[in-house]
Design a protein around this ligand. Structure first.
Ligand SMILES: [Zn+2]
Length: 249
């Protein structure tokens, strides 16, 4: 099993369980977390790192921050750019600031030939964030990336798939009210599916509400296999292969 998106450095006791999880991608959401992710990737053979600036951290965006992140992006254990994207739910930074940081990370991904990890969170019952995200991706035209924690927005998923992106499903796939996400998980082509935990957030059923950890990705995998009518082992093989191709690990 591979956890394609987790924040190991937020966990008090990251259980890396090498026999169970063959690889984990530890996401760097700002300078501090990118440094921590790289440190974990240097320490554990099955951990890989990404480097970027999360949309809710984009008030930190500055020439200095970009220079620090660019230096980290060149580390040999870095397999992706991000967590980038847009977040209109928390609105932690003005939208134009978020979009500018997103565009800069797309340029970095292209220059380094790395996949970009995209976070998208709309305000309840709105879709401006998903639509702006799709627009920004279309304008950039970069073909390697992941729509992380798929939100079920059809136009955004279609845009991602057309570009060549992978669509990653997190623990919320298993939640009772997640009908749009479950619907998407039924039609995204098998060769573009990924699973993740986003640990310590979004623990899958039956652990909902408790701190998440990478090994719990098996519940999301099991649920996804059920939706697609595959065995657990088949779905594990598919998503492992996809994760290896996506991150070239
Ligand atoms: Zn994340």
């Amino acid at each position: 099993m591979i956890d394609s998106h987790c924040h190991l450095d937020y966990l008090e006791n990251p259980d890396l369980e090498p026999p169970l999880l063959t690889a984990l991608v530890c996401i760097g959401a700002n300078v501090e977390h990118a440094r921590a992710s790289i440190a974990l990737a240097e320490r554990f053979e099955n951990v890989y790192a990404t480097v970027g600036l999360h949309p809710t951290d984009t008030l930190e965006d500055s020439p200095n921050t970009r220079a620090e992140l660019e230096a980290l992006m060149s580390h040999p254990r870095v397999v992706g750019i991000g967590e980038s994207g847009l977040d209109y739910y928390w609105d932690a930074a003005p939208q134009e600031v978020q979009i500018s940081a997103f565009e800069w990370q797309l340029e970095q991904a292209r220059e380094r030939n790395l996949p970009i990890v995209i976070h998208t969170r709309d305000k309840q019952n709105q879709e401006a964030c998903s639509l702006d995200c799709a627009d920004t991706l279309e304008r950039a035209g970069w073909s390697r990336g992941i729509l992380h924690c798929c939100n079920g927005h059809v136009k955004l998923i279609e845009t991602g798939l057309e570009l060549g992106f992978y669509i990653s499903f997190a623990g919320n796939l298993t939640y009772k009210n997640a009908t749009a996400v479950q619907e998407a998980a039924r039609w995204v082509p098998l060769e573009r599916l990924l699973v993740e935990t986003d640990a310590p957030f979004l623990a899958p059923m039956p652990h909902r509400g408790k701190p998440n950890k990478p090994s719990l990705v098996r519940h999301t995998l099991e649920f996804l296999a059920g939706l697609r009518g595959l065995s657990f082992e088949e779905m594990e093989r598919v998503t492992d292969e996809n994760a290896r191709a996506c991150f070239e690990i």
